[in-house]
Structures are given as structure tokens and as C-alpha cells.
Design a binder for this molecule. Structure first.
Ligand SMILES: [Zn+2]
Length: 260
């Protein structure tokens, strides 16, 4: 079965017009952390309106919905929205666009759509859930790939002796290794100053994509044997925490702009 799948996947790659990869996503914990951080930085008015749109669910609760619906064929058109590849030396503007959409395109579209308003309750709820998830993904650096390796999915490594890949290490292996609940992890993050929050919220989605890519020299710096574990986590968990906090602050900024 595995070989069949691998074969199918290679076929898919060969015929894909642009770089295609079937990525997971920040693990469930990471997305919930981003949701909780954002929730804590919402203005009162935005918090009230969002609670109505989400039928009293919190941002953390809806943050993984976009991954859950991957198993529903009705959402096949959203599969490529979770990521983008901007090859080294290019910018988003000069890069070849995926006709099926990408994470930057969709965050920008969804923000504009929600700002414009006039959506049915169901459509608004759906758009908001997409946005919550995608802003989270944008801050997992490997969702903004800079080389042709499916955002690190093709970089095979081991994580404490178990087969994994670089993308997965950043999505979930490092986070799950801490064995913290999402609320504990959110509570452990360093709270930025008001000034810092303001500064981060002024950055555009495209600028945040560049921040994600700026982490690559360090992310790809590991032993050739690909054996990752304590040392890699020790070197990089700080970056994971910063990315999660920045994602939450960025998301809160967008939502305050839309609903404030
Ligand atoms: Zn995702």
C-alpha cells in the first residue's frame, strides 16, 4: 500500500504545474496555542462579534477545523491553501503562482472578504475558520518553503530514533515532545511588550512570510545523519515559541482590524 501511495504521489508531483506537497500543519496543539494567544489579544468589540460568528466557539476550538475537513471531498479545493513555495532569490510577487491558490493569496483574500462583509452567517463562519488556521500555518516556517522539497516533507530525518521528516519535526514533533497542553504552552510563551505587539501587527502577510523564510539557515543546520532529538529541540524550541506567539499576535491584529 505504501508503495502504491508513494507511486501515486510521484505521479502527482510529475504532473503538477507547480510544487505540490501534501503537508500536515502545525500539529493540533500549535494551532490551539495560536488561537488562544489571539483570543487574549482581541479588542472587546471584536471578541464579541467573533463569538457570535463562531457560535460561541473560541478561536482555539476552531483552529484545526481546516485540517479536519481535508477528509471531506467538498473541501478538496482548499488543499493547497495551507502553504506556498517562494524559491530562494524570488519574492512572492515574482514567484510562479499556484493556480489552486496559496496561503498568502488566501489570507489576503479572506481578510478582504471578511472586511467587506455581507456574507451569510455560514459563509462568514467558514471564512473566519479558514483565516484562523491559515495565519497559524503561515508562521510555521516550513509552510513558506524556499526550495523544491515540499516544505521539508521530503527531508527525511529521525526524531528520537523514529522516522520523521523536517516538516513534521516543526509541525508537531518538537511541540508534542514537551508534553504540554495547549493552554500550558500558551502560558509559557514570553508576552511581548505593547510596543512589540504594535510593531508586529503592522507587518503585512507577505512580510510575515519573509520572516518565516528568514529562519531557514538555522532550521536546515543539522547533522548529515539526520538524527534529531534533544539537541535540535534545545536549539530550536525558542524559535517555535516565538513563531507561535507572533502568529497569535498577527491573527489578533487582523481580527481587530476586521471586527474592531
Ligand atoms: Zn494547515
Amino acid at each position: 500500500m505504501k508503495n502504491v501511495l508513494t507511486g501515486l504521489f510521484s505521479l502527482l508531483i510529475l504532473h503538477a504545474p507547480v510544487h505540490v506537497w501534501a503537508s500536515p500543519t502545525w500539529g493540533v496543539t500549535g494551532h490551539r496555542v495560536v488561537g488562544l494567544v489571539a483570543q487574549n489579544h482581541l479588542k472587546k468589540k471584536a471578541k464579541r462579534k467573533i463569538s457570535t460568528v463562531l457560535q460561541c466557539n473560541s478561536l482555539a476550538e476552531v483552529s484545526n477545523w481546516m485540517d479536519d475537513v481535508k477528509s471531506d471531498t467538498a473541501y478538496n479545493h482548499t488543499h493547497d491553501w495551507h502553504w506556498v513555495t517562494i524559491l530562494a532569490g524570488e519574492t512572492y510577487e515574482t514567484s510562479k503562482k499556484n493556480p489552486k491558490g496559496d496561503i498568502i493569496m488566501k489570507i489576503e483574500e479572506l481578510t478582504a472578504t471578511l472586511k467587506a462583509g455581507g456574507l451569510s452567517a455560514a459563509k462568514e463562519e467558514e471564512a473566519l475558520k479558514f483565516l484562523v488556521h491559515l495565519v497559524g500555518d503561515l508562521h510555521q516556517p516550513l509552510h513558506v518553503g524556499d526550495r523544491d522539497n515540499q516544505g521539508g516533507n521530503q527531508v527525511k530525518v529521525t526524531w528520537f530514533g523514529q522516522n520523521s521528516n523536517l516538516h513534521r519535526v516543526w509541525d508537531s514533533d518538537m511541540i508534542e515532545g514537551k508534553q504540554l497542553s495547549y493552554s500550558d504552552l500558551a502560558g509559557f510563551l514570553d508576552e511581548p511588550s505593547r510596543e512589540q505587539v504594535k510593531q508586529w501587527q503592522q507587518l503585512s502577510t507577505r512580510e510575515w512570510a519573509a520572516v518565516s523564510q528568514s529562519h531557514f539557515p538555522k532550521i536546515y543546520d543539522f547533522p548529515e545523519n539526520g538524527k534529531l532529538g534533544y539537541r535540535y529541540s534545545y536549539d530550536h524550541f525558542g524559535t517555535v515559541q516565538t513563531c507561535l506567539m507572533q502568529a497569535g499576535i498577527h491573527l489578533a491584529g487582523l481580527l481587530n482590524e476586521i471586527y474592531g
